[in-house]
Design a binder for this molecule. Structure first.
Ligand SMILES: [Zn+2]
Length: 338
């Protein structure tokens, strides 16, 4: 479905205003933390475990209608937690986040969210601004993305542009959005999956998302799409890696308003469709490792594949050393290569 964009150039400029955006995002984080600490209807992890007093009369929408939570519901919640934890613990790439999203969120992103502009970078974290939908009571949203393997990239002597591509296409990401959909539907999922970049949420979404379906709101989806496909954004990340590799003491990069406006304008004109098309595709890094395994004993192999393999092994070792992957993950990945 083609995206419908009703944003004027003036509005576009207001949405992509960089100055003050970090303070605005911080203010929203504080308001969210305040709201959370005042909430009285949160179901705690020990209650989901079974230590639940029915007298609390907490409600759920599991199986449709809104009704008080039963001990049977708690068993279902535990089953969902186990399933999500098992599936998502290894971290998700941008495309995997899109693939695991709900169709309705992708449709909303395609119809309503056309802009995801980087507003600042700092040591592996990129702060984005997206437009809000026209029905929203705010004009924009703040999404932050943590490039999980950033430190490994900085430690590598490889060209920053190549590393930027590796970070945005093949490496796991953590994320956060200030919107209600992320807060009440998905923050719990990103928390138990270990890829939450903001305030963790340990209260099961018993009302909004009792089946723990989906992983990302329309703003995060637009960001993931642009992050993995937009060359301008990749260049911003390459610059951040370059600063890191040079050992710059101050690694927070400022995006100029001119650049932000340029990116926003281009995004509006190009209307990129988000689709969950690559569901069965294994990651390139793993494909390279598997290729090495299949070629064992073969005398000829393209030189670039050797190099890619060497890079992948080195990166894996760094990930292990920096604690970003476990020894078990490392063993599995390196074994695929023997
Ligand atoms: Zn959002």
């Amino acid at each position: 479905m083609p995206r419908v964009s009703r944003v004027t150039p003036e509005q576009l400029l207001a949405i992509s205003r960089i100055r003050g955006s970090a303070a605005e995002a911080e203010q929203l984080r504080k308001m969210d933390a305040q709201r959370r600490s005042n909430a009285s209807n949160i179901i705690n992890p020990h209650e989901v475990k079974g230590d639940y007093d029915a007298g609390r009369l907490l409600m759920t929408t599991l199986n449709g209608e809104i009704r008080p939570i039963t001990h049977e519901d708690l068993a279902t919640f535990r089953k969902h937690v186990k399933s999500v934890g098992g599936r998502l613990k290894k971290g998700l790439t941008a495309q995997q986040i899109i693939n695991l999203s709900r169709k309705e969120d992708r449709e909303r992103a395609n119809e309503q969210i056309h802009m995801a502009v980087p507003a600042g970078t700092n040591k592996g974290t990129v702060r984005f601004i997206t437009n809000a939908s026209k029905d929203s009571n705010v004009t924009r949203h703040h999404v932050s993305v943590e490039l999980v393997n950033y430190e490994a990239a900085v430690a590598s002597p490889t060209d920053p542009k190549k590393l930027a591509q590796w970070l945005v296409k093949e490496s796991p990401l953590k994320y956060d959005c200030d919107c209600g959909r992320h807060t009440f539907w998905y923050r719990y999922i990103t928390t138990i999956g270990g890829f939450n970049a903001g305030r963790p949420e340990n209260g099961y979404p018993k009302l909004k998302n009792p089946n723990l379906a989906g992983v990302a709101c329309k703003h995060v989806l637009r960001v993931m799409h642009e992050l993995s496909k937009n060359m301008n954004i990749r260049n911003v990340i390459a610059e951040m890696i370059d600063r890191g590799q040079r050992g710059a003491a101050k690694n927070n990069g400022v995006i100029t308003q001119k650049k932000a406006a340029e990116i926003a304008k281009m995004q509006k004109a190009r209307k990129r469709e988000i689709s969950a098309s690559d569901i069965k595709k294994p990651s390139k890094a793993l494909t390279k490792l598997a290729a090495k395994k299949n070629n064992k004993g073969a005398s000829k192999r393209p030189v670039d594949s050797e190099q890619a393999l060497f890079d992948a092994q080195r990166n894996l070792r760094k990930l292990l050393q920096s604690g970003l992957i476990s020894q078990a993950d490392f063993n599995v990945l390196v074994k695929a290569n023997r």
